[in-house]
Ligand binder design. Structure first.
Ligand code: ADP
Ligand code: TRP
Length: 321
């Protein structure tokens, strides 16, 4: 089984990225041949600051390695180190109906918000299809918001296979329902674009402040709260604390007698503890950037060799070779 996923270097990674995509991806590296990459070409559709792109790319590499990506088990690389992916994007684009892209939420949402859109953003699902198909990927671990793009990938692969004969493997999205849409500080889906994120490696003081400021309702601590399971702090605690601890807090909130302040304090402490080992590893890696660059370079060499064979297959089948 080949597993593939990517993440854009568009800002500091947050709990939604971690529980929705990174943790499932890191766990899957034990179960198959994993290919994980930093989607720097994708970041060009919405980030226009070269220094920020460079910094974010290194940050994503550090974050992933600190959180447990093992370069001996997974091939870890930077998307733009495999330029073959752009060549395949062209081949795929010629078989992608406009309507398929016009229906994509990522593009429609930006248009609806009146944000400026460019051709790259419109065509982004074709580049993502190329990312997936060029490694003969079987499984793509992502959060729920990316499911549509994996479906588009399947549609494009089917069209190509019908037009030119069996060429591409059809991938399946892998979505963990329990963590498919982690809520942010405002209760909406956590996302960099909504400004409601809790970073994985946030600074201690500001993250404590962020968590202590989560908005709760005005019920007194004594009042029983039968809707405790939907409380935002409880939902976040379930992610970062052991199951029995989260359950205990939820039961106490439900029964009445637990104040929101104490609940949020516990949330911060468990958040901090949950990422303590990764935080220490990240600090070590920051002192050893040569190692990080070597991992990415070696990953790119391995990824590129595979990409070349699949691209050649697509070129041969479509009459280019
Ligand atoms: P953002 O919305 O913050 O820009 P991205 O779109 O870069 O995040 O997402 C990177 C990965 O993290 C994707 O696989 C996405 O599905 C996942 N992800 C992002 N936000 C969440 C969330 N709140 N809950 C679960 N998964 C998420
Ligand atoms: N589009 C994804 C995101 O914004 C990142 C990504 C690019 C990706 N190519 C991919 C994810 C291929 C999975 C597979 O989060």
């Amino acid at each position: 089984m080949r597993i593939l996923s990517g993440i854009q270097p568009s800002g500091a990674l947050h709990l939604g990225n971690y529980f929705g995509m990174m943790r499932p991806a890191i766990e899957l590296q034990e179960q198959g041949e994993a290919f994980y990459f930093i989607a720097d070409y994708h970041s060009m559709t919405s980030l226009f600051d070269p220094a920020a792109r460079r910094k974010n790319t290194l940050d994503v590499a550090l974050d992933f390695l600190a959180c447990g990506l093992d370069p001996k088990k997974a091939v870890f690389f930077r998307q733009s180190d495999v330029p073959e992916v752009c060549e395949l994007t062209w081949l795929l684009g010629t078989l992608t109906p406009m309507g398929l892209l016009e229906r994509c939420h990522s593009y429609k949402d930006k248009v609806a918000k009146g944000l400026p859109v460019n051709h790259g953003l419109f065509a982004y699902p074709v580049l993502m299809a190329s990312d997936i198909l060029i490694y003969d990927s079987n499984v793509v671990p992502v959060g729920r918001d990316q499911k549509q793009h994996v479906e588009v990938t399947r549609d494009i692969a089917i069209k190509f296979n019908e037009a030119y004969g069996q060429t591409f493997v059809l991938p399946e999205p892998l979505i963990r329902e329990a963590t498919a849409a982690v809520p942010g500080t405002d209760g909406q889906k956590m996302s960099k674009s909504y400004g409601n994120t809790i970073e994985i490696f946030g600074e201690e003081k500001s993250t404590r402040k962020k968590l202590m400021s989560l908005v709760m309702d005005s019920r007194t601590p004594q009042e029983p709260k039968p809707d405790a399971d939907k409380n935002l702090a409880v939902q976040l605690l379930r992610l970062v604390a052991p199951d029995d601890v989260a359950k205990d807090f939820q039961d106490r909130l439900c029964a009445g007698g637990l104040g929101y302040g104490d609940l949020k304090k516990a949330l911060f402490e468990h958040y901090w503890q949950c990422f303590a080992p990764a935080r220490a590893r990240r600090a070590e890696l920051e002192q050893n950037l040569d190692y990080v660059h070597t991992v990415l370079r070696e990953g790119a060499t391995r990824a590129r060799a595979l990409a070349r064979t699949v691209l050649d297959r697509a070129k041969r089948n479509s009459g280019l070779l």
